[in-house]
Design a protein around this ligand. Structure first.
Ligand SMILES: [Zn+2]
Length: 114
């Protein structure tokens, strides 16, 4: 399961930060998840809750920011919302579209009460 390995990656990152900042617990973990990142957001949230058991993240609130996909047309320069990768430009039909937003998958911040 794809989401589970991503969740594990997030947990490892959080644990590393906890060690580095010598925190005792984590209160909140904020993650950015782009709509084009190729993950099922609901499944990811469940997977995170799952891997967080018995870890420093156990009682942490998971705040998920879903980031809209955005493309930039290389031909006419139009910026537009894209629902899926490889969507052509709605204005000129060009396929030279660069994804400028929506592929994010990262831990944005870690909050601790210590
Ligand atoms: Zn265009």
């Amino acid at each position: 399961m794809h989401e589970l390995s991503i969740a594990q990656g997030i947990l490892e990152l959080v644990e590393e930060q906890v060690r580095r900042r010598s925190l005792s617990s984590v209160e909140e973990v904020e993650i950015d998840v782009g709509r084009l990142a190729g993950v099922e957001t609901q499944a990811l949230t469940i997977a995170i809750e799952c891997v967080a058991r018995n870890t420093v993240m156990e009682n942490a609130r998971i705040v998920r920011n879903d980031i809209e996909g955005e493309g930039l047309c290389g031909d006419c320069g139009r910026c537009f919302v894209i629902e899926e990768l490889f969507a052509p430009c709605p204005d000129c039909g060009s396929c030279a579209v660069r994804v400028v937003k929506g592929k994010e998958l990262r831990v944005k911040s870690i909050l601790s009460n210590k």
